[in-house]
Design a binder for this molecule. Structure first.
Ligand code: NAP
Ligand code: ZN
Length: 352
């Protein structure tokens, strides 16, 4: 068991579907390669809700969610080279990995071939010590899993980049979104709104696919050139064969074939949305146009820093609603109704 020492206030779900409430955890004293971070803000990702509800299975309770962490370095271990006290930093979905396999060596720690350690709802590499996330006052993290937040981005608006930002940047970069590419983003939520801003800054021609027209003006403000409401069946029909790439952020079961039919020949739809259930795919949505259906998870640490630098350069950050931590249960209810423009961010000062 890793020695734990620093008492830390947090909010935890005691069990599946329980309301979150105050809880005390321990953070370890920084080891030689660790950074101790004072958390200032933490974004609320739909993955937090899936996990508190144990929709992906195997959830560990009590659970302190939160993997969109922005804060200030308090102290560093003696061998830390990349950070110093006072630095503005972020932590995303991972806090460790084997660091030796091919994926880790290539900077793709999210695909670690042994096991990466998730920021919460997981155990450290010792196989025993539970990890707790960012709905807490501070966190101790190996420096490899900490990134710098550009000085021009406010911490509260940068926090969602640590998951929503990298989860959309990584597939957009991998599938070469850019000028002359027609990119659609399905679902204008936390991930979706970051995808629109990032893909637009990459130079792609972006269309938002949402269920209704209610988010059209916002989508255009974020850089979308076109907007499609799936409630309008004639618009859906007209969009057949239109896109090179679709980033699908939908968080609950939806008909994948409708979106696949919108791909051009050789187009790809990348699932980043992760409803915890099977989604039927008709082979004839793929075969006639040699389409691909793919998935992608977050991004490696090198790419996470690259994404933050890109967002700094293009002045991109999240559209947020700041909440005190006491409002977290209400925020989960609202998130399930897509009633947020476009990310809740917890002001961690409200914990103190
Ligand atoms: P969110 O803010 O709730 O956004 C999801 C959006 O999906 C909603 O705003 C809504 O958009 C659309 N949607 C929801 N239910 C739908 C349905 N039945 N049919 C069609 N559209 C629907 O959630 P988020 O935080 O962006 O997360 C989205 C998903 O990505 C979650 O499943 C989350 O767990 C997953 N995720 C994956 C990764 C990864 O590494 N792959 C990382 C983070 C999150 P409209 O209102 O515009 O229709
Ligand atoms: Zn997330």
């Amino acid at each position: 068991m890793i020695k734990t020492a620093i008492k830390t206030k947090s909010y935890a779900a005691p069990g599946a579907n329980d309301q979150l409430k105050p809880f005390e955890i321990q953070r370890r004293e920084p080891g030689p390669h660790d950074v101790l971070i004072d958390i200032k803000f933490c974004g609320v990702c739909h993955s937090d809700v899936h996990q508190v509800k144990d929709e992906w299975g195997g959830a560990r309770f009590p659970m302190v969610p939160g993997h969109e962490i922005a804060g200030i370095v308090q102290t560093v271990g003696e061998q830390v080279t990349r950070f110093k006290p006072g630095d503005r930093v972020g932590v995303g979905c991972m806090v460790d990995s084997c660091k030796e396999c091919k994926s880790c060596q290539e900077g793709e720690e999210q695909y670690c071939e042994k096991r990466n350690v998730l920021t919460y709802n997981d155990v450290e590499l010792d196989g025993k010590t539970p990890t707790f996330g960012g709905y807490s006052e501070r966190i101790t993290v190996n420096e490899r899993f900490v990134v710098h937040i550009p000085g021009n981005l406010p911490l509260e608006k940068a926090a969602p980049l640590l998951c929503a930002g990298i989860t959309t940047y990584s597939p957009l970069a991998h599938w070469n979104a850019g000028p002359a590419k027609s990119v659609a983003v399905v679902g204008l939520g936390g991930l979706g709104h970051m995808a629109v801003k990032i893909a637009s800054a990459m130079g792609a021609n972006v269309t938002v696919i949402s269920r209704s027209l209610s988010k059209k003006a916002d989508a255009e403000r974020m850089g979308a050139k076109d907007y499609l409401a799936t409630s309008d069946l004639s618009a859906v029909e007209k969009a057949r064969g239109k896109f090179d790439l679709i980033i699908n952020t939908v968080s609950s079961a939806a008909d994948m074939n409708t979106y696949l039919d919108m791909l051009k020949r050789d187009g790809a739809m990348v699932l980043v949305g992760a409803p915890g259930e099977n989604l039927p795919v008709n082979p004839l949505s793929l075969i006639p146009k040699r389409r691909s259906l793919a998935g992608s998870t977050i991004g490696g640490m090198r790419e996470t820093q690259e994404m933050l630098d890109f967002c700094g350069k293009h002045n991109i950050a999240a559209d947020i609603e700041i909440i005190p931590i006491e409002k977290i249960n209400k925020a989960y209810e609202r998130l399930l109704k897509s009633d947020v423009r476009y990310r809740f961010v917890i002001d961690i000062a409200s914990l103190k």
